[in-house]
Design a protein around this ligand. Structure first.
Ligand SMILES: [Zn+2]
Length: 486
């Protein structure tokens, strides 16, 4: 790991040389030997690891997809093939060292345990695939700690800030990033567990009692929480910054959140997002600014990010729209190479120094869209049409007459061979006319998603909030696929 303060000022050309050097060493000395999946695939496809001299040569390696890693019924332990694990090699090679010299042998073994023994686990939240474990060794936990502090550095959070962590307690990157960051920075944080653990009303009490300057949230829950707080006329005037993680931030949501915060007495609040993946093992923060979004600052000593054409997979140039592809650099535990995230960055990657803070580390654009919400099977086949269900998000989230919404996909008569049906559940704002809203939604949905909904069902807010799992689930269930699998 490089020193962050130095890395942030190093000209990109030198950063790139460092990445080339690290990538070369990582592929040759770790991935091609100790990762069962990659050593196997490189042997099978006759790829010489020494051919990978730097980032430009990554194209010689195949992409890795979610379905390559996720455990399935035939191979429930498949994720282990992505763990850097020189187990047999360690005992064979270092066992006799231990016998030769009690002191140095012990040190060597301790070093190997520090490097390679898994001690911490996060899980992906798969919708169709089984949850996939991603393991961290002690060395990796140090990387996670360091990256969490880098995040706070980018966000300009200091030891004097008081934070309320509203992420649910879960084996996920979002919650643990906040934990490690606070622990390392020695900063006061109330890890509330969110509405799911303490309940929304008590969480509001905590905001008024602790007077936090910083709050971290899953975006959908934050929106719900602040709306409830406005109804109860709460005072959140201490808030200065809100950070989102765990889910992508729907377009237009940041502005809506700022509007609600004003009604709660908090003016000029900065609303920023963290972009991170279970697979990347760290999260990247948006450069703080009120007016403009300058993108997410990457950690070039911990990963390589490529932007590729989502169709052809060809690497694209700086600033071009494309899919984010992640490669671990200098990690142990679970490592992935050329992992297709399914996320599209509008404006791609930039290697120019940041116009806002001057840091020289690369940035990915703030505008990130999911290729599909259901990326496990990409596009969903409804009524024989390929539908990108993601199109519901901007439409529903920004509709001025809606409080909440949910989409359910069902089979007619629950018969797996019958037609697909789409039900839209909504809660409207109090004074909105139902008939007009229905007509407006039907027309906009056809235009944006190219499908027509079977029915629009109006529900009271508490019923829909329950159905969304707003206070019971890790992430609210916006699109529910209830078609029987068969
Ligand atoms: Zn910046």
């Amino acid at each position: 790991m490089e020193k962050w303060e130095v890395l942030c000022k190093t000209p990109y050309k030198e950063i790139r040389q460092m990445q080339d050097r690290k990538l070369r060493a990582f592929i040759c000395n770790q991935v091609s030997i100790y990762s069962p999946y990659y050593s196997n695939i490189m042997k099978k496809q006759d790829i010489d690891p020494y051919k990978i001299k730097g980032i430009d040569d990554l194209k010689y390696l195949p992409f890795t997809y979610k379905w390559d890693i996720a455990p399935n019924a035939e191979n429930p332990q498949r994720h282990k093939d992505f763990v850097i694990r020189p187990d047999e090699e360690v005992s064979e090679k270092y066992g006799h060292f231990a016998k030769m010299s009690m002191s140095t042998g012990k040190e060597l073994i301790e070093q190997k345990i520090y490097d390679y023994k898994p001690v911490h686990i996060h899980f992906t939240t798969g919708r169709t695939a089984l949850p996939t474990p991603f393991v961290y060794t002690k060395r990796d936990v140090e990387n996670l700690r360091e990256s969490s502090c880098r995040l706070l550095d980018v966000f300009e959070v200091c030891g004097d800030d008081i934070t309320v962590n509203c992420f649910p307690f879960a084996p996920h990157l979002a919650f643990w990033t906040v934990y490690f960051a606070a622990d390392t920075l020695n900063s006061p944080v109330f890890h509330s567990g969110g509405g799911k653990i303490v309940g929304t009303s008590k969480l509001m009490d905590a905001f008024e009692f602790l007077r936090p300057s910083v709050a971290v949230f899953i975006p959908g829950y934050c929106y719900y929480f602040l709306r409830e707080a406005v109804k109860q006329k709460r005072d959140f005037s201490s808030l200065k910054k809100i950070f989102f993680g765990g889910e992508r931030v729907p377009p237009g949501l940041k502005e809506k959140i700022k509007e609600l915060l004003k009604q709660l007495g908090a003016e000029e609040v900065m609303v920023l997002a963290v972009y991170g993946l279970t697979e990347s093992k760290v999260g990247w923060g948006e450069c703080p600014s009120h007016e403009k979004y300058h993108g997410y600052h990457l950690y070039p000593d911990l990963e390589v990010i490529e932007i590729v054409d989502p169709e052809s997979g060809e690497p694209l140039g700086e600033g071009e729209d494309g899919e984010i592809v992640y490669t671990s650099l200098d990690w142990r535990g679970t490592c992935v190479v050329r992992y297709r995230t399914g996320d599209i960055a509008r404006g791609g990657i930039s290697y120019e120094p940041c116009p806002n803070c001057g840091r020289t580390v690369p940035r990915i654009s703030s505008v990130i869209e999911r290729k599909s919400e259901f990326k496990e099977f990409n596009m969903t086949k409804i009524k024989g049409t390929l539908v990108n269900l993601n199109n519901f998000f901007p439409l529903m989230m920004s509709h001025p007459d809606l409080e909440e919404w949910q989409v359910e996909i069902r089979k007619r008569n629950n018969d797996p061979f019958d037609l697909d049906e789409i039900y839209l559940y909504v809660t409207k704002k109090p004074d909105v006319d139902e008939e007009n809203l229905t007509a407006d939604l039907k027309q906009k949905i056809i235009r944006e998603t190219e499908v027509s909904v079977t029915n629009i069902i109006y529900l009271p807010l508490d019923k829909l909030v329950g159905q969304l799992g707003m206070e019971t689930e890790l992430k609210e269930k916006r699109i529910v696929d209830n078609r029987p699998t068969g």
